[in-house]
Design a protein around this ligand. Sequence first.
Ligand SMILES: Cc1cc2nc3c(=O)[nH]c(=O)nc-3n(C[C@H](O)[C@H](O)[C@H](O)COP(=O)(O)O)c2cc1C
Length: 112
Amino acid sequence: MSHAQYLRDLLRPLGVYDLVIIGTPVWAGRCSAPVRSFLSQYGEEMRKTAYVITRSSEVRYEEVFDQMDMYVRAPRVSAVTIRPNTVGSTFWRDEFLTSIRDGGKEKADNAG
Ligand SMILES: Cc1cc2nc3c(=O)[nH]c(=O)nc-3n(C[C@H](O)[C@H](O)[C@H](O)COP(=O)(O)O)c2cc1C
């Protein structure tokens, strides 16, 4: 069973959700292969998406949001990148959640 199929089997039909928040690490400047596969197969089902991206370095992550948008029906409503254990990562996580609750706006896109 593929990673994408495993994730899909955990869920109800994705179209029933008002918002799907998708998390992925950055791998070689791109979203991770399992998440890319998942988006490729099911991206069109999701009505609204937001992204949480984790990374270990300062570089090579800006294109990940746009890469993910290519697979979904509508562009993301919000996104955040987080470097774990850096000063500010908790702040940006909370900013992201606030922006989602406010209806989605990409005001948090850089932590650490
Ligand atoms: C194969 C591989 C490629 C990676 N490439 C990048 C990269 O291009 N940019 C980056 O910031 N982090 C990169 N990382 C680091 C991961 O994004 C990071 O480990 C992940 O966000 C999760 O953090 P954690 O290791 O604390 O669990 C890479 C990790 C792996 C395993």
